[in-house]
Design a protein around this ligand. Structure first.
Ligand SMILES: [Zn+2]
Length: 113
């Protein structure tokens, strides 16, 4: 499952940070997820609990912040926000848009003890 692999990645990042910053407990993991990444937040939370069990991230709350998808519109010569891949440009309605962002996922912040 897609979400399972992502959660393993998140726990890996948390463990790395724990080594670097020497904390022993994580309260909140704040994640940024691109609107176009096709990640289901509920599924992600569910998997995270399972993957985090018996690791340093056990019991940590997952906070998910969705970041908008962005695309470059050739007609407008500017970056526009899109809600879905292959969506027309919200400024001019044209389809000469190329997706530039919104598929990425990253750990934005850790709240630790
Ligand atoms: Zn446009």
């Amino acid at each position: 499952m897609h979400e399972m692999a992502l959660c393993e990645g998140i726990v890996g990042i948390v463990e790395e940070e724990a080594c670097k910053r020497a904390f022993t407990k994580v309260n909140v993991v704040c994640l940024e997820i691109g609107a176009l990444s096709h990640v289901a937040p509920e599924a992600l939370k569910f998997c995270f609990e399972a993957v985090a069990a018996r690791t340093i991230a056990q019991g940590a709350r997952l906070e998910i912040v969705e970041t908008p998808g962005t695309a470059w519109c050739m007609a407008c010569s500017k970056t526009v926000e899109i809600g879905q891949r292959y969506e027309p440009c919200p400024s001019c309605g044209g389809y000469q848009v190329q997706m530039t962002g919104g598929e990425e996922m990253r750990v934005r912040e850790l709240e630790v003890d």
